[in-house]
Design a protein. Structure first.
Length: 376
């Protein structure tokens, strides 16, 4: 019986893989020196594939299911072995079980910065990180390219290689995205989709597919961020108006500080002197910044200034503000009795509404317009 048991132990008749690790990509069935019995039972579970290899050459691939091994369902191995007319004796072959489920939430990041050349800011160092998910779609390609002679292959054995490839392809995606540097943060979804497309073009060669690829953040040096913010503001601001506004505010602040620092009496005079000096200084500074514009203006022919415009008045008619009206219009309205001596009037510079016959420009109009006709 001992001899018979020994002989039976040299033949494999049940082949299966019960995976409990959740991180194994490839597992080689431990046949050792034993031969596989023709008619042995092969069990391939869901999210698995079984790849038969003969002397380093990929043979048959089995998808999920239960199989009785025969020459009829091992056509490639039969050809490699030379079983032209059938074969019933035990045989030797390496069997690799491949995990075909998705491997989710894998982390990636740039150990070294990605160098990007921007037309405005020159060479820029960017760093990025995110997550990705993948699965084995072509087990025979993956075993041929990756497994080699290893009996066990986990996600950590390949993730380093995948991360390096991700960084390389991400650099290409950023270059082809044609996005301004300052818009990277707002277009991560677009960059992610472009990166996934490029990655799958290369991963297909080793039997892998990226099922999800996310760029969660793209960062850059702080000093570059400041430059980008300033550049963005400059694009939206009229620099000439900004210079005038800042100069006026500076003069106002300087004069106010001088007046508060001096005492009563001569303080006002000295404040005016300091304010005048500050005005000259800021005016000189503004003239230097606008030297080119001033030079252009000097080359143009001198033209007289526009004629002064007549004052515009507002009138309180029927309890509502109306206007503005020119002196000519007001003259006509007085003739039509629309505006009377007691009508309230106002113009820019006045502190409040006053009767029309008290306004210097309007009062003479009441004597030059005939009174209304008496009732018949």
């Amino acid at each position: 019986m001992g001899l018979i048991d020994k002989i039976k132990g040299e033949f494999v008749d049940i082949i299966e893989w019960q995976d409990s690790s959740r991180d194994t990509l490839i597992w080689r069935f431990p046949r050792y020196q034993n031969e596989i019995k023709m008619g042995a039972k092969l069990t391939v579970r869901e999210s698995q594939a079984a790849v038969f290899m003969n002397e380093g050459k990929i043979a048959d691939v089995f998808s999920p299911g239960m199989y009785t091994l025969q020459t009829s369902n091992m056509p490639i191995l039969s050809t490699l072995k030379g079983w032209v007319h059938g074969f019933n004796s035990p045989f030797k072959a390496d069997i690799y079980f491949v995990n075909t489920r998705q491997f989710l939430d894998q982390k990636w990041g740039t150990k070294s910065p990605i160098i990007v050349n921007d037309d405005r800011f020159g060479m820029i160092e960017l760093r990025a990180f995110g997550t990705f998910a993948y699965q084995i779609t072509e087990p025979k390609y993956f075993v041929a390219q990756i497994a080699g002679t290893n009996s066990h292959f986990s996600i950590e054995d390949i993730n380093g290689q995948l991360r390096s490839l991700i960084v390389t392809k991400l650099s290409d995606a950023i270059g082809e995205g044609n996005l301004p540097i300052e818009k990277f943060a707002a277009n991560l979804e677009e960059l992610s989709a472009l990166g996934q497309e490029k990655l799958n073009a290369d991963f297909a060669e080793i039997g892998l597919r990226i099922t999800k690829f996310l760029i969660e953040n793209v960062s850059m040096p702080d000093e570059l961020k400041k430059e980008i913010f300033e550049y963005s503001r400059l694009n939206k601001i009229d620099m000439h108006k900004l210079t005038q506004f800042k100069t006026a505010k500076s003069i106002e602040t300087a004069a106010g500080n001088s007046n508060s620092a001096m005492g009563m009496g001569m303080g006002a005079g000295m404040g005016f002197g300091v304010g005048g000096a500050m005005t000259g200084m800021f005016t000189q500074s503004m003239n230097q910044m606008n030297a080119q514009a001033a030079s252009t203006q000097q080359q143009q022919a001198a033209v007289p200034p526009p004629l002064p415009s007549s004052p515009q008045f507002y009138a309180a008619l029927n309890g509502q503000q109306s206007g503005p009206y020119s002196i000519e219009t007001i003259t006509s309205m007085i003739g039509q009795n629309s505006i009377q001596r007691t009508t309230l009037m106002w113009k820019a510079g006045m502190t409040g509404w006053v009767a029309a016959d008290t306004v210097q420009e309007i009062a003479p109009l009441f004597t030059s317009v005939p009174p209304p006709l008496p009732p018949v």
